[in-house]
Write a protein that binds this ligand. Structure first.
Ligand SMILES: *Cc1c(COP(=O)(O)O)cnc(C)c1O
Length: 257
């Protein structure tokens, strides 16, 4: 197997074929970094994809999907409800969440990767506590960090991430599992800059886990890397890569992120 990431397969390929290619890319990147490929989980980003395409991915062994928009999350929830109920599928919200949509997310998602304020965290935790979702049933959350500092991107700045994570970890309705970032775009900058952003997220994670603060010991996940840069993210320690285009082909329109 070549060391270089392989290009995406042509658009005539099936979702299953494309998934196999993505898994091979992840494995090659892990090998190159001296990591166990089993440490890197694939989250399939399903935004703009119809439920049929999502079901194709599930049939090919996908056990973690991510949605950006609450509306789409809710629309596709019935198609995946059985798999969520039997525990064989996790559904993460990976887009920005507005407070007025908290209930809809709690009804359909198993995790939220885009927590970026203590106000939002408290509101979600309160709701979980009212629903008796604490302890093992608490919502899995990641703190989203804006490692590039671009104003257009969501997330807390790295300097504030540790304090937010520690506060979130102490809330009864939430279980802090780690950190997420949308890195710099390879189109706009060098591989070095993209990697530096991912390394920054890892440093935030390491500091929080080392702090010994209550609820932080399990906050080891690093959700970073997408179709274009997953090899760089895996090299910097990603434990979750979020991939859409390489699985489904190009989206008709690129939603704002
Ligand atoms: C769309 C999206 C992805 C996947 O991006 P691709 O380049 O299509 O692989 C990952 N993370 C987030 C937050 C996204 O919105």
């Amino acid at each position: 197997m070549p060391d270089q990431p392989q290009p995406s397969l042509p658009s005539g390929s099936s979702v299953a074929e494309r998934l196999a290619a993505v898994r091979a890319r992840i494995a090659a990147a892990a090998d190159a970094a001296g990591r166990d490929p089993g440490e890197v989980r694939l989250l399939v980003a399903t935004k703009t994809q119809p439920a049929e395409a999502v079901l194709e991915a599930l049939a090919a062994g996908v056990d973690l999907i991510g949605e950006n928009r609450v509306q789409e999350l809710v629309a596709k929830a019935p198609a995946v409800a059985d798999r969520v109920a039997d525990g064989s599928l996790e559904v993460h919200m990976i887009g920005h969440l507005q407070r007025n949509k908290i209930n809809q997310v709690l009804a359909t998602a198993t995790g939220l990767e885009t927590l970026d304020s203590l106000d939002l965290a408290r509101a979600i935790s309160d709701r979980c506590v009212r629903d008796d979702r604490t302890g093992d049933r608490a919502l899995d959350v990641m703190v989203q960090v804006n490692v590039t500092g671009e104003a257009s991107k969501s997330g807390v700045v790295p300097a504030d991430a540790g304090a937010l994570a520690t506060a979130v970890a102490a809330l009864p309705g939430l279980r802090l599992t780690g950190f997420m970032t949308i890195g710099a775009r390879l189109d706009d900058t060098s591989e070095q800059t993209v990697r530096a952003g991912f390394a920054r997220l890892r440093a935030v994670r390491d500091e929080v886990v080392a702090s010994g603060a209550p609820g932080t010991a399990g906050a080891t996940a690093l959700s970073m890397g997408m179709t274009g840069d997953l090899h760089l993210a895996v090299a910097e320690g990603a434990t979750v890569v979020r991939v859409g285009t390489a699985v489904f082909g190009p989206r008709p329109t690129q939603p704002a992120r």
